[in-house]
Design a protein around this ligand. Sequence first.
Ligand SMILES: [Zn+2]
Length: 249
Amino acid sequence: MPETRTYGRRRAVPRKSEQQESFDAGRTDGTVARREAVSGRVVKTGSNAAPATAAGWDDVDKVAAAAGGGDQYLKVTENRMVIKILSDGPFDVFSSHWIDEIEDGSKSIRCWGTPACPLCQIGDKAKRFSACFDVVSLEDPEYPVLKTWDVGIKIARQLKEIATDDKRGPLNRSDLYFTIRKETKKKSVEYTLERVKERDLDEEYGVQPLDAEALAAFQAECHEYGDRVKEVLDEDAMEDIVRLLMDDA
Ligand SMILES: [Zn+2]
C-alpha cells in the first residue's frame, strides 16, 4: 500500500524576532521579500545554517515540535483553540472510503469521486467527508503554525454559511479569527466553531493577532485551490484493495 503522501509544509513563525528586523532591513520588493522571510525563518530550525540570533533552548523544542515529526493536520482538542483561516474556501474537498481490512498503511482511501471509483463500484460507500483549509494554529500563541484543517460536513456547512454571508464573511477577513474545540460524547464527537473578532482576541483568549508580516509569510505557504492533501490511488492500487476485500468476503 502506498503511504498517504505527506503534503504541505509547516512553518513556525516566531513573532517579532530580532531576526525579522534584519529581513525587513534587506527588503526590496514585496513578493521576493516574503519568500525570503519564509525561508529565513527556516534557518531558525537549525537545518543548515547558523541562526542569525541565539534563540535559546526553549525555542529548540518548540520549533522542532512544530516543524518536524508533527502532524500537518490541525489537531482539535477539548481545549478551545484559536485559529486563523487563510482562504475563503477549502483548497481540497473529497470523501474517503474506510477499509478496515487494510493492515499496512492508511485505512482511509480517497474516493475517486466518479462512478468509475472501483470501491464505489463494489458497493463500498465513501462515508467520510473532508474539506481542507489552510489555517494558522495559535494553540501556542508564541508559535503560530501553518496547518491543514480537515473538517467534516457539519463544520464545512457552518463555514460555508459564514463565507457566503456578506456581513460575517469572508472566512479570511483580516479582522476575523475562529475558535474550535471538540467535545467527545458517548457515541460521537462534536465540534464547536465560533467567530472571534481580532479586537477581542487578547481580552478573551490572551492571544495576540498575527501581524501583517507573519500573515503574509503564511499566506505564501498556502496550498493553491485544487491541491490535493490526500493522494488519489491509481487503478492498480485500487484493484489491490478491491481484491483484498473480495478475498476477505
Ligand atoms: Zn469511491
